[in-house]
Design a binder for this molecule. Structure first.
Ligand SMILES: Nc1ncnc2c1ncn2[C@@H]1O[C@H](COP(=O)(O)OP(=O)(O)OP(=O)(O)O)[C@@H](O)[C@H]1O
Ligand SMILES: [Mg+2]
Length: 274
């Protein structure tokens, strides 16, 4: 018991050193009667799970895209920025929390509790529906297991189908159907999102779920794809705005020309009549 607590404390002290804007900060801990209590910063908009499946579900496509990018940056810090690197082990929508400006942060990193799956392999960590099948069959934990769980979260953002409600089956069927991902898009997003962006996000999510961990992208690659989608949309909007303002100013100057022409005609008529 003492050893377990001691190991846990070492882990807590290590995790307390990790700080990033897309991680829920550990702000303290308390040990009492063999129990360790961890104190985290408060996230006023609760979990992504509640926002996707709770009573007041109402997440726009813009928000979902930003949440995906925030999660990606949080994982990128754990995998590629932290020394030593940290494998989350329990990425799921319940462990993604949102602050008062709807920015997402990854919670519970590196401390997931143990889950017993089949009575034989009790050392596996993770949550049913999010856990990498390759990890279950080999017991070999790598960063690519986090990538698999992230792929599931991306599909949750697109479809609002929980992994316990056969999300994977829907995704596999959609891949065979000619409608593709459009067919399982969250109803709340229909005609309220850029379907091309949805498709691009679905492609990267599919890659994250590749059955061979080696073939899955690194988190840096996932972040790059998402940043490109965001950049393109901002760039597109700017181009659109400058196109619109260009059209507007051309229209105004045409109006001014016509106005001048009318004035000239009116004064010529006036002179002839006079
Ligand atoms: N820092 C926080 N700020 C605000 N709400 C939180 C915070 N941490 C947790 N919660 C809320 O409490 C819920 C339960 O969190 P908790 O981590 O105890 O369980 P879980 O993530 O559902 O499962 P697990 O025990 O496997 O991590 C979260 O889904 C979230 O709604
Ligand atoms: Mg949690």
């Amino acid at each position: 018991m003492f050893l377990i607590l001691n190991n846990m404390l070492v882990q807590v002290l290590l995790l307390g050193r990790l700080h990033h804007r897309n991680l829920v900060n550990l702000i303290g801990y308390c040990v009492d009667k063999g129990q360790c209590i961890l104190v985290y910063q408060f996230m006023s908009n609760g979990s992504l799970q509640n926002l996707l499946y709770g009573e007041e579900k109402n997440l726009s496509w813009d928000e979902r895209l930003q949440i995906a990018l925030d999660i990606s940056h949080g994982i990128e810090y754990l995998h590629e920025g932290a020394v030593p690197p940290v494998i989350h082990r329990d990425l799921k929508s319940a462990n993604i929390l949102l602050d008062n400006s709807m920015r997402a942060k990854v919670a519970d990193f590196g401390l997931s509790k143990e889950e017993i799956f089949d009575g034989q392999n009790s050392a596996l960590k993770g949550t049913y529906g999010y856990i990498d099948p390759a990890y279950v069959s080999t017991s070999k934990l790598t960063m690519k297991s986090d990538i698999y769980s992230f792929g599931i979260i991306i599909f949750e953002l697109i479809t609002a189908i929980h992994p316990h409600q056969n999300l994977l089956e829907y995704v596999s069927l959609a891949a065979m159907d000619h409608d593709g991902i459009d067919g399982i898009l969250d109803k709340q997003l229909v005609e309220k999102c850029d379907i091309e962006e949805v498709r691009q996000l679905a492609i990267i999510a599919h890659k994250c779920l590749h059955k061979l961990p080696k073939k899955r992208p690194s988190i840096g690659e996932v972040s790059q794809v998402m940043s490109r989608i965001k950049h393109r949309r901002q760039h597109g909007r700017k181009e659109n705005m400058s196109f619109r303002s260009g059209t507007l100013s051309r229209g105004l100057s045409q109006l001014e020309d016509q106005h001048g022409e009318l004035n000239r005609t009116a004064s010529m008529n006036h002179n002839q009549n006079g």
